[in-house]
Structure formats: structure tokens, C-alpha cells
Design a protein around this ligand. Structure first.
Ligand SMILES: Cc1cc2nc3c(=O)[nH]c(=O)nc-3n(C[C@H](O)[C@H](O)[C@H](O)COP(=O)(O)OP(=O)(O)OC[C@H]3O[C@@H](n4cnc5c(N)ncnc54)[C@H](O)[C@@H]3O)c2cc1C
Length: 314
């Protein structure tokens, strides 16, 4: 008999886990309180970049594995994934950040911009090739792909793992939901507010962690971010903050004033000091949550580890 697997959560962590497990012979059900577009995963920008995961050395391999997956997926335009140029800048007067993220990139995808070409005030800049994941396209694509593979989706709130006793294996991808489901208060919300401009997909992605400012030209909007507000539970934007984000963008790129402001949104990153990807000893539960601001960057690496943990339970 095929083993029955329950995956809690339909964000990128749950769907990428389902994607890899769908290649094996399992009977899979995804159970979630909410689905795309009403989840954090839709609020992500989302470009590949290892963000705030330096404490977690496992993140290097997860990010590398994910990069390879996205490169392959980008060959099919209907996934909504493309490989884009990202300009990453470092400002004068700021301590040199450890450029550890460069080690995460495949060879020949990184170019240092000569100092003479930098705008005043900048110390260093890189041009790197990274996957851009259009969440509004990729999440529905994944759901359809999985449905075609007979994976069942059910809207359901899980309050206790005992509710899933009819399953052989449970994979917990509940992100901030783990605060209650696992009584784990080490996973905390980090709010990100962003403004949306009329898009211009000819622009590169731009990232300045010091300002902080990022500009992500997707097909549906140009996302201009953003904030990193720890322990804020309200998923709402504040007009003064959105204005400040836009003014930051205009100060570096005055031409953006020509682009119409078309909206804004906020999302809660599920941050944990160490992403939890592990089998809980003595149970049939595998956890996969707490990816903070790097959920897409890490997703397929974590999903691959989940798949290995499932195989060990067999
Ligand atoms: C503004 C912003 C920009 C970002 N930009 C990027 C980026 O550029 N690159 C990047 O890699 N990452 C980015 N992120 C981070 C990324 O969005 C998250 O890391 C990622 O979405 C987390 O995915 P997840 O599947 O773990 O969680 P979620 O998307 O939150 O999904 C959790 C799922 O679990 C379900 N659930 C929770 N509790 C229960 C329960 N008790 N019962 C049933 N279901 C439950 C929810 O309904 C949902 O389906 C950004 C985040 C924000 C907010």
C-alpha cells in the first residue's frame, strides 16, 4: 500500500515539498488554512538571494540547490520564473559586509562593477544573475502541476497533529502557524511593507540592504521595498512608511517618479534563528518552517532534505 503523507501548509515550503515528493510513489494531501493568493508566499518579491541566514550554514547548500531547480524551471515560461540581472550595492562608510552570498552563486554569474562606474556614495557594486520567481504565476502553476499528479488539496485548520492520525507521515510547513501548532515561540513575524509601481521589466533588480531599498520589476508590478520590522503581527501597511520607501527609491532613481503608484502590501516573514528542517524524534512528523526572508531562496534545498527524511522513515 502507498504511504499516506499529509503536508500542512500551501506556501512555497509546502508546495516545494509536495513537488519533490510527487516524483515518488506516495499518496499526498496538502492541508492548509489559506491558499494562494492569501498567504505570505504571495507577498514575497521574490528573487533568489540568501537573506539573514548567515547563522545557518546548512543554508548555503539549500540556496545552491534551489538555484539549480529554478534555473531548470525557468526553461518553461509558464512557471513565471526567469533569470534576471540583480545589481547589489554597498554604500561608502558602511562596514564591509561579508560577501558570503557570492559563494552561493554558480560560477560566472557574478561581475564586480568597476569603482569608476559607481555613483557617488557607493563603495562597491556587483551584477549577478539570479532567479526571479513571480509568485502570482508560480504558486498557481505549482498547484495545478500537483493537482495533475493527483495530489489532493483541502482547506482545513490543523490545531493538533493528532487530528492527522490516519496519515503515515506528517510534514509541517506551517510557517508562523508553528507558534501554536508546535508551541514554538522562536519563530517570529518580521513584517515587510512594500510599495507597488507601474512596472518596467527592462530594469534590473536592485538591492541596497543598507538604505534599505530593493526594486523588483515583475510583470504585474514593480515592487519597491521595504521594511524589516521584527515582532510585528499586524499584516498591514502604514501610509507614512510607504511614502518613505518611495522617497528612498526616488532619491536613487528620480526617473521612477514617472511610474504610477498602483498599490502597496505587507507580509509577515516567518523568521527563526535556525530554520527548522528535521524529523522530530519519536514521532512521524518532519518539520520545514522558519525560513524568514529567504523562503523562496531556500525552498527546493529544504524540500530535498524533507524528501530524504521521508525516505529514512520508510
Ligand atoms: C515583503 C516580503 C518580501 C519577501 N521577499 C522575498 C524574496 O525576495 N526572496 C525570498 O526567498 N523570500 C522572500 N520573502 C520571504 C518569503 O515570502 C517567506 O520566507 C516564504 O513565503 C515562507 O513560505 P512558507 O511556505 O514557509 O510560509 P507561508 O507562505 O506563510 O505558508 C504557510 C502555510 O501554512 C498554513 N498554515 C499555517 N498554520 C496552519 C494550521 N494550523 N493549519 C493549517 N494550515 C496552516 C497557511 O495557511 C499557509 O498555507 C519575502 C517576504 C516578505 C514578507
Amino acid at each position: 500500500m502507498r504511504k499516506k503523507i499529509a503536508i500542512i501548509g500551501a506556501g512555497i515550503s509546502g508546495l516545494s515539498s509536495a513537488y519533490l515528493l510527487s516524483e515518488k510513489n506516495y499518496d499526498i494531501t496538502v492541508l492548509a488554512k489559506s491558499f494562494s493568493p492569501n498567504i505570505t508566499s504571495n507577498r514575497a518579491a521574490a528573487f533568489w538571494f540568501p537573506y539573514h541566514i548567515r547563522n545557518d550554514k546548512r543554508g548555503i547548500n539549500w540556496a545552491k540547490t534551489s538555484y539549480t531547480f529554478y534555473e531548470k524551471l525557468a526553461e518553461n515560461a509558464s512557471t513565471g520564473i526567469s533569470i534576471k540581472t540583480l545589481t547589489k550595492v554597498l554604500r561608502e562608510g558602511v562596514e564591509e559586509e561579508e560577501p558570503i552570498w557570492i559563494d552561493f552563486l554558480p560560477k560566472a554569474t557574478c561581475k564586480i562593477i568597476p569603482k569608476k562606474d559607481l555613483q557617488p556614495g557607493f563603495k562597491k557594486a556587483y551584477e549577478v544573475l539570479v532567479p526571479l520567481i513571480e509568485t502570482q504565476i508560480f504558486l498557481p502553476y505549482l498547484r495545478q502541476f500537483l493537482t495533475n499528479k493527483n495530489i489532493v488539496f483541502k482547506e482545513r485548520v490543523i490545531d493538533n497533529f493528532n487530528q492527522l492520525s490516519s496519515f503515515d507521515i506528517i510534514i509541517n510547513c506551517s510557517a508562523l502557524g508553528a507558534r501554536e501548532l508546535c508551541n514554538d515561540e522562536t519563530v517570529v513575524p518580521v513584517r515587510g511593507q512594500v510599495a507597488l509601481l507601474e512596472t518596467d521589466t527592462t530594469r534590473p533588480i536592485y538591492l541596497d540592504n543598507e538604505m534599505p531599498l530593493y526594486i523588483v520589476p515583475r510583470k504585474d508590478a514593480m515592487i519597491v521595498g521595504g521594511t524589516y520590522e521584527e515582532n510585528i503581527f499586524k499584516e498591514e501597511t502604514q501610509p507614512a512608511t510607504i511614502e518613505k520607501i518611495l522617497n528612498n527609491a526616488y532619491s536613487v532613481f528620480p526617473e521612477l517618479k514617472q511610474q504610477k503608484v498602483i498599490g502597496n502590501w505587507a507580509g509577515l516573514r516567518p523568521y527563526r534563528n535556525n530554520v527548522r528542517v528535521e524529523h522530530e524524534v519519536g514521532t512521524n512528523i518532519i518539520h520545514n518552517y522558519g525560513h524568514g526572508g529567504s523562503g523562496f531562496t531556500l525552498a527546493f534545498g529544504c524540500a530535498e532534505e524533507v524528501m530524504h527524511l521521508v525516505e529514512k522513515l520508510n
